[in-house]
Design a protein around this ligand. Structure first.
Ligand code: KG4
Ligand code: ZN
Length: 380
């Protein structure tokens, strides 16, 4: 069967085509076009929902044409349309869902609304060769550490498509904290990639700082690790961000020429220490959850999964402490928002629903599907 997937929940317009084999349960990714609006929103320091919707509207047909061309398919070949139903920015979601509803109505094919985070989790299975299969016995039970601009959750999955949220942020999401730290240091939007680059700069440059006092000032920056030892799997990032804010405000108030002359170096050091604190909490809580739930696999999902330190340190922690646990991370091109991950989740949801004769639960005909900014992750 041919699946056409649409993602417009935030600031990427994306359409993918996939070929799913219902007998072997194998999926082949045929095309995945992503048109990013990041440059447009950067001017405003964050995503402006109405502007995002306008851009999706402008981009969606060219993205569709490109994706069809690359996949060598036409709309007449499609057997299932699928779209991100939520969560996300409602003006942005409405463009994708209405586009999908129109296609489903015109071509008289079923329509399936997918949870954005379910998509991020399935991004882990999209392989290098673009052919993949979600094997329940190989990967499950699984714990997913979901870290995006809007979510920070630890999710226990007994089997594919079953979700138990065992921990989540009490305030800001991890990606949001990266974005806010970048904003207060005036480093631009989105924050994740730039904070990570600045942290790398710190490591490269600190060795060549010869002024002992300056070096000490840089090395002694320390931020809190909120909820590190709390007796649950929850997170909090708002206090960490505030600690960075106060530290930076106090720093620029000091009339110390060694600081004002090395402002960029201090920003690098702040990024490095912030990233260390944030990743340490994420990894420690994941380890704690894994010790309790004993999963076969730990998977990383969401935009922050692109963070090199998080990928490397989590991998290292698993290797050293959880010898029988596999580690899954999405390829870099599937960490951010894309439609391939939505199509992958849709194929397995479609198969499972079909098998259970719950076709009715594919409630989302063109008449009934509605975008839902607060859509909850539902287990099968
Ligand atoms: O999943 P995503 O693309 O959109 C949402 O569903 O929210 O995640 C976007 C988030 C942004 O906060 C961005 O700063 C963060 O992912 N991000 C990163 C990196 N690349 C993107 N955070 C840390 N390090 C990165 N390399
Ligand atoms: Zn996302």
């Amino acid at each position: 069967m041919i699946i056409l997937a649409i993602e417009t929940s935030c600031d990427e317009t994306s359409i993918a085509l996939l070929e799913g084999n219902e007998q072997t349960r194998e999926v082949k990714l045929l095309s995945n076009i992503v048109s990013s609006q990041v440059k447009i929103h950067a001017k405003w320091g964050g995503v402006v929902p109405d502007l995002a919707a306008r851009e999706h509207l402008k981009n969606i047909i060219p993205v569709l044409e490109k994706s069809l061309l690359e996949s060598k398919k036409t709309l007449l070949d499609v057997n299932l349309f699928t779209v991100t139903k939520g969560p996300g920015l409602i003006p942005a979601l409405l463009i994708g869902t209405n586009f999908a509803k129109t296609l489903s109505y015109l071509y008289k094919k079923p329509l399936l609304g997918i949870h954005h985070i379910e998509g991020h989790i399935f991004a882990n299975f999209i392989g290098e060769s673009s052919k993949f299969k979600v094997q329940s016995s190989k990967y499950f039970p699984m714990i997913a550490l979901v870290v995006s601009g809007g979510h920070t959750q630890l999710i226990y999955m007994e089997r594919p498509l079953s979700y138990k949220i065992i921990g989540e942020t009490q305030d800001d999401a991890a990606g949001e904290a990266f974005d806010k730290v970048a904003k207060l240091l005036k480093l631009g939007y989105p924050g994740g990639p730039v904070v990570s680059t600045r942290a790398d700069n710190y490591l490269k440059n600190i060795k060549s700082v010869n002024d002992k006092k300056l070096r000490e000032k840089l090395e002694n920056i320390l931020f809190p690790r909120p909820m590190l030892t709390s007796n649950n799997f929850d997170f909090s990032f708002s206090g960490l961000k505030t600690a960075v804010l106060y530290f930076y405000q106090d720093l620029i108030k000091l009339k110390d020429p060694s600081i004002s002359q090395n402002r960029e170096l201090f920003k690098d050091a702040i990024c490095y220490q912030f990233q260390r604190a944030a990743t340490e909490v994420l990894i420690t809580k994941t380890l704690k959850a894994a010790k309790k739930y004993q999963p076969k696999t730990i998977a990383l999902a969401g935009g922050v999964a692109a963070n090199k330190k998080l990928r490397d340190d989590l991998g290292e922690m698993i290797k050293n402490n959880l010898r029988n646990t596999q580690f899954l991370i999405p390829h870099l091109q599937y960490c951010g928002d894309n439609a391939a991950m939505i199509g992958a989740a849709a194929f397995y949801r479609y198969l499972t629903h079909g098998k259970a004769h719950h076709a009715i639960e594919l409630d989302n005909t063109w008449e009934t599907l509605e975008a839902d900014a607060n859509f909850k992750l539902a287990s099968i």
